[in-house]
Design a protein around this ligand. Structure first.
Ligand code: PLP
Length: 406
């Protein structure tokens, strides 16, 4: 008999967004006239920018001609995109990354999830709490998370690092040994960032403990404050202890296009093995590269026109986030994020839990948010809203919430 991966049986309930969709659908069915505003899931609403569309049209035409047809591409991605990333995302910020340290993929979710292939099962994992669920669930699927403790809502082999208003959203350096640490800045879901000193503390910990930091910089383009690092490789010593994930999803509206990349420096060696070489081996076995057309589209965001256009869209989402933050603050709520992130992280009113507040917002304001508790136990007492909506809907949602709370 074929034996299944029993780790899947340990995974708790449904995926957070599936549960939100279920509750939303049930409410809509019972209230067909309700006009719901979705500020829950972090998906984009603005169209792809003209520079990207133009580049992809050209790439489509190339595929229609034998002489320019591209079949299987390089597993690591086309040089035209890797060179643009090296020059614009790194060299321009004083970071020297080699071309063969960059791996193009179909998105950061795949890479964050698949990276576990190159690590043993018995590593001790550390994650922030609350956290982007993919890090935890993918480790659980691979049997690295231990057992799921229903009461604690936590996995036994995962070290949870609360990041809350009380500790300034800084995951404390653990006093135990951990091997693999997931950090995300700007953070999903809290919308907060790690500054240079905070990242330096983690890089020092990782180098001292032969640990590896998985640094998720999917929202890097939303950073507006000058001194916040955009890459962990801006921190001295990071090349020997960190892997960085980036995504074109929120940067350039690529959620439906699928493109991202991962940087693994040659200096990152564990047990005598180059993790860069291991990842290349993994990718060349299980991945046949991101689509040529999509990579052409992604490379267009590095032209001066493309850059200007995506920056305009990012400013639009940030302005939405600011509108939400200001509106909620005027209701007397405590609100975080929004400054370097499209996410707004809001403390629920005294005595009201995450899911309870989610339900009230759904039923009384017809606004869909994401309950903070869905991102981990320390997310209890918060909700997340996103700046990815349309402007009128965003403003209307804020007015409805203000009416509800007044
Ligand atoms: N990392 C974080 C923190 C995210 O929030 C997301 C998407 O929501 C991703 C990675 C996934 O990005 P992609 O669309 O490139 O797979």
């Amino acid at each position: 008999m074929a034996q299944i991966n029993k780790n899947f049986e340990k995974l708790p309930g449904s995926y957070l967004f599936a549960e939100i969709a279920r509750r939303t659908a049930a409410y809509q069915e019972a209230n067909p006239d309700a006009s719901l505003i979705k500020l829950g899931i972090g998906d984009v609403t603005q169209p792809l920018v003209p520079a990207v569309i133009e580049a992809m049209h050209e790439a489509v035409d190339e595929q229609g001609v034998a002489e320019t047809l591209k079949g299987y591409g390089p597993y690591e991605g086309y040089d035209f995109l890797r060179e643009a990333i090296r020059d614009h995302d790194y060299r321009a910020r004083g970071v020297d990354i080699a071309l063969d340290e960059i791996f193009i993929s179909d998105g950061a979710k795949s890479d964050c999830g698949n990276i576990g292939d190159i690590f043993a099962k018995d590593n001790k994992i550390a994650v922030c709490d609350p956290v982007y669920p993919v890090y935890v669930d993918s480790n659980a699927m691979e049997g690295r998370a231990g057992e799921y403790d229903v009461d604690a809502e936590a996995w036994t082999n995962i070290h949870y690092m609360p990041t809350t208003a009380e500790n300034g959203f800084f995951p404390a350096i653990p006093d135990i040994h951990v091997d693999i640490i997931y950090l995300c800045s700007p953070n999903n879901p809290t919308g907060t960032v790690l500054d240079r000193d905070q990242l330096r503390a983690w890089v020092d910990y990782a180098n001292d403990n032969d640990a590896v930091i998985m640094f998720d910089a999917a929202y890097e383009r939303f950073i507006t404050e000058d001194d916040i690092p955009h890459s962990i490789f801006e921190i001295e010593g990071a090349k020997s202890c960190a892997i960085e994930f980036r995504s074109f999803s929120k940067t350039a509206g690529f959620t439906g296009m699928r493109c991202g990349y991962t940087v693994i420096p040659h200096d990152l060696v564990r047990q005598g093995q180059s993790l860069n070489e291991m990842w290349l081996r993994r990718q060349s076995t299980k991945f046949n590269g991101a689509s040529y057309i999509i990579q052409k589209g992604a490379s267009a965001i590095y032209t001066s026109e493309g850059k200007r256009q995506i920056e305009e869209t990012i400013r639009f989402y940030l302005e939405n986030a600011r509108i939400i933050k200001d509106g909620l603050e005027k209701c007397g709520l405590q609100v975080f994020g929004a400054v370097n992130s499209p996410y707004v992280w809001c403390k629920t009113p005294e005595g009201i839990g995450s899911w309870e507040f989610f339900n009230r917002l759904l039923e009384e304001a017809n606004v869909i948010t994401t309950p903070g508790a869905g991102f981990g136990p320390a997310g209890e007492g918060y909700i997340r809203l996103t700046g990815f909506g349309e402007r009128p809907a965003t403003k209307e949602a804020v007015s409805r919430i203000r009416r509800m709370l007044s």
